[in-house]
Design a protein. Sequence first.
Lengths: 96, 252
Amino acid sequence: MSGGETVLDRARQSAGLSHGELYLRYFELGGMSSAFQVEAIVYDLAQPSPHDYDVLAHALNERFVELGGDHPVPYAPDPSGPGETPGSGYPSGVKG
Amino acid sequence: MPDVPSSASDSDAVLMSLRQTAAVPDGHGVVDGALRLVVALARATVEGADGVSVSLHRDGRLLTVAATDRTVTAMDAGQYATGEGPCLSASTEGRWFLSPSLADEQRWPEFVPRARQLGINSILSCPLMAQEQPVGALNLYSRRSGAFSDADGRLASLFAAEASTVLSEAGVALTDVRPALRLTRALLARQVIAQAQGVIMERQGIDPEAAYDHLLDVCRTTHLTLLRRAEQVVATTQGRRTPVGPAPDEAA
């Protein structure tokens, strides 16, 4: 079990989304992982691909926009950009 | 229109009695009467609200069952006609939706011009729930941008909660239609996004994930939803303007 609260789970709770609703939104945006896998990602128990992470981050960010906010959940770093370390978690600070 | 109590404290006792009132079986009449009172109370106590309505799913469609004036009724009707807007989103998704400035709103491009034509510039829609399922929305409309304060949001949530209790205790009938519709909508959205990915892949000779990133790049810097962006891309392949709006440049 992961030690602390994660950024993704904090965002999920701030957005007022249940795990089921978050999964439905992720699925709606084209996400390919199962609900179980998404929950594991949210709790930092599974490492998503950068693409899968971005779909999940965007599902949360669209909810924040609905609530009148912006895009507080960071996206995965650009693989072609500087400073990318293979195997590292993304983005930095995802785990809270 | 029912008498409007002169203050929020007067409204407390009235709200308390609504649950018992609505529990009396009387078709839709008593429930609608209680909801009209909730609407009048919300209009009187939420400072930013110029007009208030309640929309409910009834007989397979969304209907306005209580409204403070004709402009509000027209606002609701505009959302039903275009199939979009905060009222519909709140009623379907069971979440509240705030649009602090319609001048900057990008989520409902068909509905927003109608709203602005009616002189409305900000909207707050709170979901109404029965048996933990969304059954409608309490809609607050204002002529001013940024009209709704945090305190207004809390009051609106209170009224929505009371209206939800009225509906729950009145035994508003629920079916499994809405969850099925939600899933259908998700599947349709996936399909549109996949189509847009295909268009971008073909045009730019890139893989599916890069095409997805291309869609996402626009959404990151705007408040455009991914679905909306995908609809725009798909529309560029069609010979005529589609209901989803004009297609922007996709030649990057």
